[in-house]
Design a protein around this ligand. Structure first.
Ligand code: HEC
Ligand code: HEC
Length: 313
């Protein structure tokens, strides 16, 4: 605050306090209402107003509060740029509160994250805290029950894009993930051309073969050849996926882009759309947003969910 503003504020604060005390003092000197039941002359519907002085206890309370207020404005930063003799600042108070909660939380997290993920995933306190952290940070994308949505993987099952070992889960959360499948129309066309296969049907053939991997389609020789040459690098020759690039398992009838209705027509459209348009997906990194302990707690929570529901491979 500029020096002028500072003096101005100081003057206004002190002058009003002094003025207030003088006013209080002055009014207490005026002798009114000598007789206890003297009336002011105001009367409403027969109810009259008495002209009585302030009760003594009231006067002394006012005075005590005013004197305390004078002490207060000198002790704390209330008079312009004056810092107050107690040296209090809101930044200092904030820092202290922050340090206190940090200490409290780090002590708490130390108790619930002490040990390997497999072990702390058995600790009810870890799971409970992990679930809260999940609801606050992850549920918007993965669903409040971690069941996922179209394009957002379910974290409740044991079907993993990038692996379900504790280290892989921690990596997914801390560093994030980027799943990229380029459009496959050109590679399939080139493959068909070079190998004497029908360019008009090669995409449908490949889709049919991919569907057959999960029991949703018929065997298809041309499609299988194309798959082994064009797709296997990222989805593995047997179709079970490749964690290194996040290529989904195509054999387990769990679909990242599934709507929950696994009718064959729906699945065919997922496969064809993937081939025509490719897929791009991002799991944002959380290392800058969440502490190491929080990430470990979340990983334990997710690990525990997949242990509860081991049915899917
Ligand atoms: C903005 C949306 C978004 C948020 C927020 C988000 N995720 Fe994800 N997450 C994704 C997407 C999308 C993928 C899949 C990435 C891919 O397909 O390559 C994913 C993948 C993952 C994976 C890997 C799954 C696998 O099958 O390997 C884990 C584990 C995970 N997320 C955990 C979390 C946790 C824990 C949080 C909260 C701290 C979180 N995610 C917050 C979108 C999100
Ligand atoms: C460069 C690696 C790569 C190649 C080559 C590739 N894919 Fe993919 N594919 C991926 C990745 C990564 C994803 C997951 C994308 C995501 O995270 O959203 C994916 C997703 C898919 C999906 C969606 C699966 C689901 O669960 O919803 C299908 C279907 C698919 N690929 C089929 C194919 C077919 C068929 C081919 C060959 C013509 C192929 N892919 C070639 C990497 C690849």
């Amino acid at each position: 605050m500029s020096p002028f503003a500072s003096y101005f504020v100081t003057f206004v604060v002190l002058a009003s306090l002094v003025g207030y005390i003088l006013l209080l003092w002055g009014t207490s000197k005026i002798k009114i209402g000598k007789d206890d039941d003297e009336e002011t002359g105001h009367s409403w519907d027969g109810i009259t107003e008495l002209n009585s002085p302030l009760p003594k206890w009231w006067f002394w309370t006012f005075l005590a509060v005013s004197i305390w207020a004078i002490g207060f404005v000198f002790a704390y930063p209330a008079l312009g740029n004056n810092e107050g003799f107690l040296g209090w600042t809101k930044e200092k108070q904030y820092e202290e509160a922050l340090q206190l909660t940090d200490k409290k939380y780090s002590e708490y997290y130390a108790t619930i994250t002490n040990g390997p993920i497999e072990e702390i995933a058995q600790n009810p306190a870890t799971i409970q805290t992990g679930q809260r952290l999940f609801l606050n940070n992850c549920a918007v994308c993965h669903g409040s029950d971690a069941g996922g949505a179209v394009g957002y993987p379910s974290l409740r099952d044991s079907d993993w894009l990038y692996g379900g070992e504790p280290a892989a889960i921690i990596h997914s959360i801390a560093q994030g993930r980027r799943g990229v499948m380029p459009t496959q129309t050109d590679p399939l066309m080139v493959f068909a051309e070079n190998n004497g296969l029908d360019k008009d049907t090669i995409i449908d053939d490949t889709a049919e073969y991919v569907l057959s991997l999960s029991g949703n389609g018929e065997p298809n020789a041309a499609g299988e050849k194309a798959y082994q040459n064009v797709c296997a690098a990222c989805h593995a020759p047997d179709g079970t996926g490749l964690a290194a690039v996040g290529g989904p398992n195509l054999t387990d009838d769990i679909w990242l882009y599934g709507t929950g209705d696994n009718a064959v027509d729906n699945l065919r459209s997922i496969v064809l759309t993937s081939i025509y348009n490719g897929r791009q997906n991002v799991m944002p990194a959380h290392a800058d947003i969440l502490s190491e302990e929080k990430i470990k707690t979340l990983a334990a929570y997710i690990y525990s969910l997949s242990q509860e529901n081991p049915s899917a491979q």
